[in-house]
Design a protein around this ligand. Structure first.
Ligand SMILES: Cc1cc2nc3c(=O)[nH]c(=O)nc-3n(C[C@H](O)[C@H](O)[C@H](O)COP(=O)(O)OP(=O)(O)OC[C@H]3O[C@@H](n4cnc5c(N)ncnc54)[C@H](O)[C@@H]3O)c2cc1C
Length: 408
């Protein structure tokens, strides 16, 4: 087990500087354009693929970094560049993690390369869980997966919503109900291969922020997929369902929810994205406060401005520490006894919203315009308290964990 450290080693510093260079030279200069276009920035994803940032290898290397700092450091730098473009680059990774977590070796080897495509023909992937009536309340999901034994095929029907890269993805990972009696324990994940008939994009959402990232509904109408597209395989699913039915019969013994443990491990990555946006806004505000003169002196000479900057920097650093701690815990198999993953996501996302708002205030009228990036950063920051579990849901998870209550 690696000791917790706040110091990046030489190799990590090299990767961080390389990512920062890409974020500063490629992502940030393109941010305003793709925000206005509200389109997937394919040329930037391709650039990222060319230099090796858009690839499973890169994320796997960061993910398996025993210090736990690889992923948060990478997310912070990319999202420092721009949240919308960075999400377009890392969105595929969210779907890939779904396959890595639940898939067999053969499924991982078959589908993950198709999620990324290659440098000359980059592809993206989507993870589709949320539905119009099942957001925070995942257990009320309605998309059904029915097994057609004669053909060894699964048939999917339902409507997914809010899917990042939904409809434009080469590979969709879809969560569906296989046993409606068992709540979220009756769910399973499926691969929908490229060009499968019956899968179509519904409405594409026009959003407040992260507008370079594509978000859309995904409609599934009699989507037939081979039996081999059930992640983990039928035997494993049948065993899992049998155990869940047994437990339900015996009065629902309280068991550790594996999905919750996975969330605790993935939430710090979203926290790190928020740290990136918050740090970017803080840096813009600091620079502006040092150079903008009013009443014959730089505005940072006013305690009212300087103290805000002090608070902003303190919050950004505190958020990073919570994120790094939770990430280190996840990689080293530490038990999340106080929902430390949720804590990191809660604090970092609320910090990003607050700090980007303070940055607008410090830039005054300029902060309120699209001539300066803090307005975009503030719009982008609002997503962090919503996706991957809202702030209210994080508080609920933390409180129930502290109380020793089950989290469904
Ligand atoms: C830009 C974007 C990208 C997304 N990408 C994906 C994706 O790739 N894949 C995917 O599957 N999903 C994705 N999502 C969906 C996201 O995870 C959901 O929006 C989120 O889980 C909240 O669900 P909801 O929008 O239905 O809100 P609701 O669950 O309806 O919540 C509405 C409000 O009620 C509050 N609330 C709900 N229940 C409680 C409670 N028990 N106690 C207190 N307050 C409560 C919430 O906190 C919130 O403030 C994305 C969403 C957005 C906006």
């Amino acid at each position: 087990m690696a000791e917790f450290t706040m110091e990046l080693n030489d190799e990590q510093k090299e990767v961080r500087d390389w990512l920062h260079g890409f974020a500063a030279d490629v992502i940030r200069p393109a941010a305003a354009e793709w925000d206005e276009r509200e389109e997937t920035p394919w040329p930037i994803i391709q650039e990222a693929a060319k230099v090796g940032i858009y690839s499973l290898d890169f994320y796997a290397q960061q993910y398996f970094d025993p210090t736990g700092l690889g992923i948060p450091m990478a997310m912070e730098e990319l999202f420092w560049g721009d949240a919308g473009i960075a999400l377009s680059i890392v969105g595929t990774g969210l779907a890939a993690v779904g396959v890595l977590a639940n898939g067999t070796e053969e499924q991982i080897g078959t589908w993950i390369p198709q999620m990324y495509g290659d440098v000359n023909d980059v592809k993206v992937a989507a993870f589709c869980s949320s539905e119009p009536d099942a957001g925070s309340d995942v257990a009320s999901m309605r998309t059904r997966a029915v097994y057609d034994e004669a053909k060894d095929e699964w048939v999917l029907n339902g409507t997914k919503t809010w899917a990042t890269n939904g409809g434009i993805a080469n590979v969709h990972v879809v969560v569906a109900v296989v046993d409606s009696e068992l709540g979220s324990k009756g769910h399973a994940s499926f691969i929908v291969p490229p060009n499968t008939p019956g899968l179509s994009q519904g409405q594409k959402f026009q959003k407040h922020g992260i507008r370079a990232s594509h978000t859309a509904e995904v409609v599934l109408e009699d989507v037939r997929i081979p039996g081999s597209c059930l992640l983990g395989g039928k035997e494993k699913l049948d065993e899992r369902l049998a155990r869940a039915r047994e437990r339900a019969k015996s009065g629902g013994e309280r068991v550790k929810n594996a999905a919750m443990a996975t969330f605790e491990a993935s939430r710090p990555a979203v926290g790190a994205m928020a740290v990136g946006t918050a740090r970017a806004a803080y840096e813009e505000a600091l620079e502006y406060a040092k150079t903008r003169t009013q009443f014959g002196r730089p505005i940072i000479d006013n305690q009212g401005v300087a103290f805000q900057l002090a608070d902003m920097r303190t919050s950004v650093d505190a958020a990073r520490l919570l994120v790094w701690r939770a990430s280190w815990m996840a990689v080293n198999g530490k038990q999340f006894t106080a929902a430390e993953g949720s804590m990191s996501k809660l604090f970092a996302s609320e910090t990003a919203k607050k700090v980007t708002g303070q940055a607008i205030q410090i830039l005054g009228g300029n902060g309120y315009t699209r001539e300066y990036p803090v307005e975009r950063m503030h719009r982008d920051a609002a997503i962090y308290t919503i996706f991957e579990g809202t702030s209210e849901i994080q508080r609920l998870v933390i409180a129930r964990t502290l109380a020793g209550m089950p989290i469904r």
